[in-house]
Design a protein around this ligand. Structure first.
Ligand code: ATP
Ligand code: MN
Length: 330
């Protein structure tokens, strides 16, 4: 039997941060290596145009994300790795799906509201329609699973709604995808534990590329709560609890074990240990990335091959869609 299909993407908007890693990217690698799925991972460059950008930097950002993908462990021999904008069916299907998307649903989207607040000078229609393009990204490939952070659940629900709606109007065409979440599906910002860590708010991010000195500075400066006990309580102590989740992930210790290891030790001691743990764990990635990023030609080759594979799958689906809605009669 064919393996179920899985797809996900990341925007080439800036450097990958710990939230992207713990909520998505690290899971991509595990899922890929489980050999249980046919995996597609793309660079969501069209989504990234919804925020301010410089054309001269776009290619660099795309190649940088490709290098991140490979350095983390995504493998073009096991997964299709491609660029969203290189497969025109994504935009075609998004335009078609727009017509089945109630405006009210888009108006409710938290990401749209949050980003409109973060960048009030650039609230554009692309940002508003982002969830429709995301639905197209997923539905084109008959994906059953989508590994994402919890901020994308609302968008994924819309994807399911659109799939159902389209299927009932025009006959079974799309698969309704399910999310795959990690234990850390919403890592909070280092400078404000009430907000999610986001590339669009770099001040609160710890980037996977950060050198040891910066990692130390950022962790030592991370907002913690009043009192000084290292106790996991996301409601009452969101700051320290967020850091404890990071510690748990990299050390393999349970939260209770972390609490007893740091009983009576205070925040500063814990933070110093956490910074060291992160530095040690990120170093192998950083070294691999340095090597991979040097070879632009090989990165481009990999993406071109991935684009071709994705294109052949997506083209079939968009052709089926056009036939079903009566556009391909001649
Ligand atoms: P932006 O602020 O530009 O939207 P981002 O940091 O949210 O950037 P994306 O490229 O939009 O990054 O998201 C890539 C993946 O990482 C998505 O699956 C998203 O759900 C996940 N993700 C993003 N931030 C977090 C976070 N703080 N915790 C867990 N997962 C996250
Ligand atoms: Mn995002």
């Amino acid at each position: 039997m064919a393996k179920p299909i899985l797809i996900s993407g990341i925007q080439p908007t800036g450097k990958i941060h710990l939230g992207n890693y713990l909520g998505a990217l690290n899971n991509f690698v595990k899922l890929q290596n489980s050999s249980k799925y046919q995996c597609y991972f793309f660079i969501a460059d069209l989504h990234s145009l919804t925020e301010d950008f410089k054309p001269k930097e776009k290619l660099k950002q795309i190649l940088n994300l490709a290098a991140d993908y490979l350095a983390i462990g995504l493998d073009p021999a096991k997964s299709v790795i491609f660029i969203q904008s290189s497969v025109p069916a994504h935009t075609e299907l998004a335009i078609i799906l727009n017509n089945f998307t109630p405006l009210g649903e888009l108006k409710r989207m938290t990401q749209f509201k949050d980003k409109s607040e973060t960048a009030p000078y650039n609230i554009n229609a692309g940002l508003f329609n982002y969830p429709v393009l995301m639905a197209a990204d997923i539905l084109l490939y008959d994906a059953e699973y989508v590994p994402v952070g919890d901020d994308q659940l609302q968008h994924l629900e819309l994807t399911r709604t659109l799939a159902r709606k389209f299927n009932s109007k025009f006959g079974k065409t799309f698969v309704e995808p399910k999310p795959l979440l990690t234990e850390i599906s919403r890592l909070m910002s280092l400078d404000d534990p009430s907000k999610k860590m986001s590339k669009s708010r770099p001040a609160g991010c710890l980037f996977l590329d950060d050198p040891p000195k910066i990692i130390k500075e950022k962790i030592m400066k991370a907002i913690t709560d009043s009192e000084k006990e290292i106790v996991y309580n996301p409601q009452k102590k969101p700051g320290i609890s967020n850091l404890m989740l990071i510690y748990k992930n990299f050390s393999g210790l349970e939260l209770k074990e972390i609490e007893s290891r740091f009983a009576n030790k205070g925040y500063a001691f814990f933070k110093k240990e956490l910074a060291e743990l992160l530095i040690k764990n990120l170093q192998p990635f950083q070294k691999r990335k340095e090597q991979i990023a040097k070879n632009t030609t090989s990165l481009i080759e990999i993406l071109k091959k991935g684009n071709k594979k994705a294109e052949s799958v997506a083209f079939k689906k968009i052709t089926e869609v056009k036939k079903k809605i009566g556009l391909l009669n001649i």
